[in-house]
Design a protein. Structure first.
Length: 172
Protein backbone atom coordinates (compact mmCIF):
# COMPACT_ATOMS: atom_id res chain seq x y z
CA UNK A 1 0.00 0.00 0.00
CA UNK A 2 2.91 2.32 0.78
CA UNK A 3 4.36 1.38 -2.56
CA UNK A 4 1.02 2.05 -4.16
CA UNK A 5 0.81 5.45 -2.47
CA UNK A 6 4.42 6.24 -3.34
CA UNK A 7 3.73 5.31 -6.96
CA UNK A 8 0.61 7.51 -7.04
CA UNK A 9 2.63 10.42 -5.62
CA UNK A 10 5.36 9.89 -8.22
CA UNK A 11 2.71 9.65 -10.94
CA UNK A 12 0.99 12.85 -9.67
CA UNK A 13 4.36 14.63 -9.49
CA UNK A 14 5.17 13.47 -13.02
CA UNK A 15 1.80 14.68 -14.27
CA UNK A 16 2.28 17.99 -12.45
CA UNK A 17 5.77 18.31 -13.92
CA UNK A 18 4.38 17.51 -17.39
CA UNK A 19 1.62 20.09 -16.96
CA UNK A 20 4.16 22.70 -15.79
CA UNK A 21 6.38 21.87 -18.76
CA UNK A 22 3.36 22.12 -21.10
CA UNK A 23 2.45 25.51 -19.55
CA UNK A 24 6.04 26.70 -19.90
CA UNK A 25 6.11 25.50 -23.50
CA UNK A 26 2.79 27.26 -24.17
CA UNK A 27 4.06 30.46 -22.44
CA UNK A 28 7.20 30.35 -24.59
CA UNK A 29 5.07 29.85 -27.70
CA UNK A 30 2.78 32.74 -26.70
CA UNK A 31 5.80 34.98 -26.04
CA UNK A 32 7.26 34.04 -29.43
CA UNK A 33 3.89 34.72 -31.10
CA UNK A 34 3.71 38.14 -29.40
CA UNK A 35 7.28 38.94 -30.47
CA UNK A 36 6.61 37.90 -34.06
CA UNK A 37 3.31 39.83 -34.08
CA UNK A 38 5.14 42.97 -32.90
CA UNK A 39 7.84 42.45 -35.54
CA UNK A 40 5.17 42.03 -38.21
CA UNK A 41 3.40 45.21 -37.07
CA UNK A 42 6.70 47.15 -37.26
CA UNK A 43 7.44 45.69 -40.69
CA UNK A 44 3.97 46.67 -41.93
CA UNK A 45 4.41 50.20 -40.56
CA UNK A 46 7.84 50.44 -42.21
CA UNK A 47 6.34 49.29 -45.51
CA UNK A 48 3.52 51.84 -45.30
CA UNK A 49 6.02 54.60 -44.47
CA UNK A 50 8.22 53.52 -47.37
CA UNK A 51 5.25 53.57 -49.77
CA UNK A 52 4.20 57.02 -48.53
CA UNK A 53 7.74 58.42 -48.83
CA UNK A 54 8.13 56.87 -52.25
CA UNK A 55 4.87 58.43 -53.45
CA UNK A 56 5.85 61.82 -51.99
CA UNK A 57 9.26 61.64 -53.69
CA UNK A 58 7.64 60.69 -56.99
CA UNK A 59 5.15 63.55 -56.70
CA UNK A 60 7.95 65.95 -55.80
CA UNK A 61 10.03 64.77 -58.76
CA UNK A 62 7.12 65.25 -61.14
CA UNK A 63 6.35 68.63 -59.58
CA UNK A 64 9.86 69.98 -60.04
CA UNK A 65 11.09 67.99 -63.03
CA UNK A 66 10.45 70.89 -65.36
CA UNK A 67 11.80 73.62 -63.06
CA UNK A 68 15.02 73.96 -65.06
CA UNK A 69 13.08 74.17 -68.33
CA UNK A 70 10.75 76.75 -66.82
CA UNK A 71 13.71 78.81 -65.60
CA UNK A 72 14.98 78.83 -69.19
CA UNK A 73 11.58 79.98 -70.49
CA UNK A 74 10.98 82.70 -67.88
CA UNK A 75 13.25 85.29 -69.58
CA UNK A 76 11.17 84.83 -72.74
CA UNK A 77 8.01 85.50 -70.72
CA UNK A 78 9.69 88.56 -69.18
CA UNK A 79 10.55 89.89 -72.65
CA UNK A 80 7.01 89.24 -73.86
CA UNK A 81 5.69 91.09 -70.76
CA UNK A 82 7.92 94.07 -71.61
CA UNK A 83 6.71 94.00 -75.23
CA UNK A 84 3.08 94.01 -74.12
CA UNK A 85 3.73 96.82 -71.63
CA UNK A 86 5.46 98.99 -74.25
CA UNK A 87 3.03 98.29 -77.11
CA UNK A 88 2.61 101.60 -78.95
CA UNK A 89 -0.89 103.12 -78.70
CA UNK A 90 -1.32 103.15 -82.49
CA UNK A 91 -0.83 99.34 -82.62
CA UNK A 92 -3.41 98.47 -79.92
CA UNK A 93 -6.08 97.77 -82.58
CA UNK A 94 -3.71 95.94 -84.94
CA UNK A 95 -4.81 92.31 -85.47
CA UNK A 96 -1.25 91.00 -85.22
CA UNK A 97 -0.72 92.85 -81.94
CA UNK A 98 -4.05 91.50 -80.64
CA UNK A 99 -2.86 87.99 -81.53
CA UNK A 100 0.39 88.55 -79.62
CA UNK A 101 -1.59 89.82 -76.61
CA UNK A 102 -3.75 86.69 -76.80
CA UNK A 103 -0.65 84.46 -76.93
CA UNK A 104 0.74 86.32 -73.93
CA UNK A 105 -2.49 85.71 -72.01
CA UNK A 106 -2.49 82.01 -72.94
CA UNK A 107 1.09 81.66 -71.77
CA UNK A 108 0.24 83.30 -68.43
CA UNK A 109 -2.77 80.96 -67.99
CA UNK A 110 -0.61 77.93 -68.80
CA UNK A 111 2.00 78.99 -66.27
CA UNK A 112 -0.75 79.47 -63.68
CA UNK A 113 -2.06 75.95 -64.35
CA UNK A 114 1.47 74.65 -63.76
CA UNK A 115 1.50 76.35 -60.35
CA UNK A 116 3.76 79.22 -61.42
CA UNK A 117 2.89 82.59 -59.92
CA UNK A 118 4.49 85.99 -60.19
CA UNK A 119 5.93 87.30 -56.92
CA UNK A 120 4.29 90.55 -55.81
CA UNK A 121 6.75 93.36 -55.33
CA UNK A 122 5.68 97.01 -55.52
CA UNK A 123 4.81 98.39 -52.10
CA UNK A 124 5.74 95.13 -50.37
CA UNK A 125 8.34 94.75 -47.63
CA UNK A 126 11.62 93.29 -48.89
CA UNK A 127 11.74 89.54 -48.28
CA UNK A 128 15.22 88.15 -49.02
CA UNK A 129 13.66 84.78 -49.82
CA UNK A 130 11.56 86.32 -52.61
CA UNK A 131 13.33 89.55 -53.58
CA UNK A 132 16.87 90.59 -54.45
CA UNK A 133 17.58 94.26 -53.73
CA UNK A 134 19.61 95.65 -56.64
CA UNK A 135 19.47 99.32 -55.66
CA UNK A 136 18.29 101.63 -52.91
CA UNK A 137 16.95 105.15 -53.02
CA UNK A 138 15.10 107.56 -50.77
CA UNK A 139 11.90 106.02 -49.48
CA UNK A 140 10.39 103.97 -46.68
CA UNK A 141 12.96 101.54 -45.28
CA UNK A 142 12.96 98.12 -47.01
CA UNK A 143 9.79 98.81 -49.00
CA UNK A 144 10.01 97.90 -52.68
CA UNK A 145 9.83 100.98 -54.92
CA UNK A 146 10.47 99.46 -58.34
CA UNK A 147 10.70 96.03 -59.97
CA UNK A 148 13.51 95.45 -62.46
CA UNK A 149 12.79 91.79 -63.14
CA UNK A 150 9.81 89.81 -61.92
CA UNK A 151 10.24 86.77 -59.72
CA UNK A 152 8.25 83.56 -59.80
CA UNK A 153 7.24 80.74 -57.48
CA UNK A 154 6.22 77.23 -58.40
CA UNK A 155 3.76 75.64 -56.01
CA UNK A 156 4.93 77.98 -53.26
CA UNK A 157 8.67 77.41 -53.78
CA UNK A 158 10.85 80.13 -55.30
CA UNK A 159 11.72 79.49 -58.93
CA UNK A 160 13.32 82.90 -59.54
CA UNK A 161 13.72 85.83 -57.12
CA UNK A 162 12.43 89.26 -58.14
CA UNK A 163 15.09 91.92 -58.70
CA UNK A 164 13.97 95.18 -57.12
CA UNK A 165 14.80 98.68 -55.87
CA UNK A 166 14.05 99.35 -52.20
CA UNK A 167 13.78 102.38 -49.96
CA UNK A 168 16.77 103.13 -47.73
CA UNK A 169 14.81 104.90 -44.99
CA UNK A 170 15.80 108.43 -45.98
CA UNK A 171 13.37 111.20 -47.03
CA UNK A 172 13.12 112.33 -50.63
Amino acid sequence: MADDLSEKIKKAEAEDKAQNQARNDQDEKNAKIEELTAQLARAMADLQNYKRRSEEEKASFVKYANAELLQTILPILDNLDRSVTHLPQELKDNEWAKGMLHIHGDLLKTFEKLGIKKITTLGEKLNPNLHEAMMTEAGEKDVILEEFEPGYTINGDVLKVAKVKVGDGSKK
